[in-house]
Design a binder for this molecule. Structure first.
Ligand code: GLU
Length: 406
């Protein structure tokens, strides 16, 4: 299988077949402005010294400071971070926020670290990169396995090193450390607003049967929001297992069960299924909210959802995209569907710089307007160019980036 960066570049190739952006511009977008690898030494609790490999990729800053999360995962490597940074550049342009694209990471299984080791690792990441970070330079945020608490450690470390007191260098912070109201559910909520704007156009019923892969911050919040809005969640999964009940799941009880047992499986009244089976369930809406490359040419033929809402980054490979398109399955692409997270990150940065604190209602109202606007514009672009939504989103984003780069 191709790595995520190869997938991202295949998407770029595809869009340039649909619309001519000029070879030089596309060639420029094939390379990040810089990709940085760092070694982070951490004194472990048992007294030994361990070196972790970390990354920051600054992809493109035509629209504003590099912006994007930091991922902690045992499989994280440079090609994944480069792809994620490229997608951030496209995503910020789609959301129409004055930010560029960046991404960071550390190759680590954070579940194997104690809290103090995790804090040392996070502060170590900032110590190695403080020169290139800053409110007007590069603004990181959470991603897979990085939490508001980690952002608070990082923001504190950055302030200690540089003396910058704006707190605008990291977003996704806890409220008491300068975070924004509503940043927690922002990705799931933004995804819901996008879905709700496009639902009728995509031929979905008013009440949908929804399947969600992933039960982290994004997946669990999405499950809650979709169910509060009258849709029925029929299956959810975490990294270990998946559960299914055609008549709907009681999410509150499932969360309690997961807290108690550490897993979703064996919840009474539901059937244990595999993650692969979950993706192939019959439903109105399938929401991949975990990792890249889960729908590929190996399983795309078997997908039975009517519409897919990509809350994860890069869950569908370019080959699978083509297969789904032929099967008439619409995909609401990641760069639109999950852009609510970075949009509220932008609100947080803006509040920090202006020394303001907005109410949750204000944040959600602004988010709703921006998501609706982005969704409508992308649908229009796709129709205008007789292509699917991902390409509509790429066309809109590349037009905006190119205009600034010129
Ligand atoms: N990690 C999130 C994403 O992939 C959020 C990035 C941010 O808030 O800067 O969009």
């Amino acid at each position: 299988m191709q790595n995520p960066y190869q997938n991202a570049m295949a998407q770029l190739d595809k869009v340039s077949q649909i619309k001519n952006f000029g070879e030089d511009f596309i060639e420029k977008l094939r390379h990040p402005d810089r990709d940085i690898r760092i070694s982070i030494p951490v004194k472990m609790d048992d007294g030994s010294l361990k070196i972790f490999e970390g990354y920051r990729v600054e992809y493109n800053n035509a629209l504003g400071p590099y912006k994007g999360g930091i991922r902690y995962h045992q499989d994280t490597e440079i090609n994944e971070v480069k792809a994620l940074a490229f997608w951030m550049a496209i995503k910020c342009a789609v959301a129409n926020i004055p930010m560029g694209g960046g991404k960071g990471g550390v190759t680590v299984d954070p579940k194997k670290l104690s809290k103090s080791e995790l804090e040392k690792l996070s502060r170590g990441w900032v110590q190695k990169l403080s020169d290139i970070l800053g409110p007007k330079k590069d603004v990181p945020a959470p991603d897979v396995n990085t939490t508001p608490e980690i952002m608070a450690w990082m923001a504190d470390e950055f302030e200690k090193i540089t003396g910058d007191k704006t707190r605008a260098t990291f977003t996704g912070k806890p409220i008491e450390a300068g975070g924004s109201e509503g940043r927690g559910p922002a990705t799931g909520l933004g995804g819901f607003y996008v879905f709700d704007t496009l639902r009728g156009q995509l031929g979905l019923p008013e009440k949908c049967k929804v399947v969600i892969q992933g039960f982290g911050n994004v997946g669990a919040n999405a499950a809650k929001i979709f169910s509060q809005n009258g849709h029925t969640i029929i299956a959810v999964s975490d990294s270990k297992s998946a559960i299914f009940n055609e008549n709907g799941l009681d999410l509150k009880k499932i969360e309690e069960h997961k807290k108690k047992t550490g897993a979703l499986k064996d919840f009474s009244g539901t059937k244990n299924i595999t993650n692969a089976e979950l993706l192939e369930l019959s439903c109105d809406l399938l929401v991949p909210a975990a990792f890249e490359n889960v729908i590929t040419d190996a399983n795309a033929e078997k997908i039975k959802a009517k519409v897919i809402l990509e809350l994860a980054n890069g869950p569908i490979t370019p080959k699978a995209d083509e297969i789904l398109f032929k099967k008439n399955i619409s995909v609401i692409p990641d760069v639109l569907a999950n852009s609510g997270g970075v949009t509220v990150s932008y609100f947080e940065w803006d509040q920090n710089l202006k020394n303001e604190h907005w109410s949750e209602n204000k944040v959600f109202d602004k988010l709703k307007l921006m998501m609706e606007d982005a969704a409508k514009k992308i649908l229009e672009k796709a129709k205008e160019n007789k292509t699917y939504l991902r390409m509509g989103a790429f066309i809109l984003a590349l037009e905006r980036i190119k205009e600034k780069m010129l």
